[in-house]
Design a protein around this ligand. Structure first.
Ligand SMILES: Nc1ncnc2c1ncn2[C@@H]1O[C@H](COP(=O)(O)OP(=O)(O)OP(=O)(O)O)[C@@H](O)[C@H]1O
Length: 227
């Protein structure tokens, strides 16, 4: 399991010209590794995540998910790769109001055409891993903000992704709950073996990461690996 970005450049239309959102960015995240990406607003963090998620195709450079290069894949195969190999955690949990916590996870298996028989035990196992074993039958309005975010994280792991991409998971949480969510992501990364990228504004939360990458004006600065 791994994620690899190699010399990725991404531009957006900007008036008569182009704005460079990512400037020759290279990043390699091994399975079981957590890389935190920090940087000021507008520096390119979300663009980096969108390229890694294969949601945006860069102007140049390559992306490999679990060893598979995504350029040149047919749209159907790309969608399949995204569904089966990539888990995404957005800022807001976006849970379905009418479903219980367990059902939020089970529905992911259904979308991917996985056997429903195995979905329920896996959902319960993941809810236990995020500390919500006793909340499986609750609906979103019966859960706290932190608990909803934990369901969101468990849901992203439901299809056993190789790559886990997490965008500002703590923005709706107070400091303590935010730190607990980042610790949880670090633990799950090691336990499930995912190659994880965590985008955050909050430097206070990066302690749990194996590596902290800084983005500034579309350029990525990577310190030597520490762990
Ligand atoms: N769809 C788009 N069209 C044009 N320009 C865009 C688009 N999306 C982002 N940008 C620009 O690209 C640059 C990088 O934006 P990006 O959203 O990746 O930054 P960010 O670091 O995630 O910011 P924030 O922390 O505020 O979310 C910014 O200058 C932004 O204005």
């Amino acid at each position: 399991m791994s994620l690899e970005l190699n010399d990725v450049t991404l531009t957006y239309p900007d008036g008569d010209g182009r704005l460079t959102a990512l400037d020759r960015v290279s990043l390699e995240v091994p399975g079981g590794g957590l890389t935190a990406v920090v940087g000021p607003s507008g520096s390119g963090k979300s663009s980096l995540l969108a390229v890694a998620a294969t949601l945006i195709r860069p102007d140049s450079g390559s992306v490999a998910v679990d060893g598979e290069r995504v350029e040149g894949l047919a749209p159907g195969r790309l969608a399949e790769l995204r569904r089966s190999r990539i888990g995404i955690v957005f800022q807001q949990p976006n849970l379905l109001a009418s479903l219980t916590a367990a059902e939020q996870l089970q529905v992911m298996a259904q979308i991917s055409g996985r056997p429903p028989r195995r979905a329920r035990p896996r959902a319960l196992e993941l809810l236990e891993a995020v500390g919500l074993a006793d909340q499986a039958e609750r609906r979103p309005h019966q859960l706290s903000g932190g608990q909803r975010q934990r369901v969101n994280i468990a849901r992203a792991l439901m299809n056993d992704p190789a790559v886990l991409l997490v965008d500002e998971p703590t923005s709706a949480l107070d400091h303590e709950r935010g730190a607990a969510v980042v610790d949880l992501i670090a633990r799950l990364t090691r336990g499930q073996g995912t190659a994880t990228v965590l985008v955050t504004h909050d430097r206070a939360h990066v302690g749990a990461a194996d590596r902290v990458a800084e983005v500034f004006d579309g350029r990525l600065r990577l310190p030597a690996a520490t762990g």
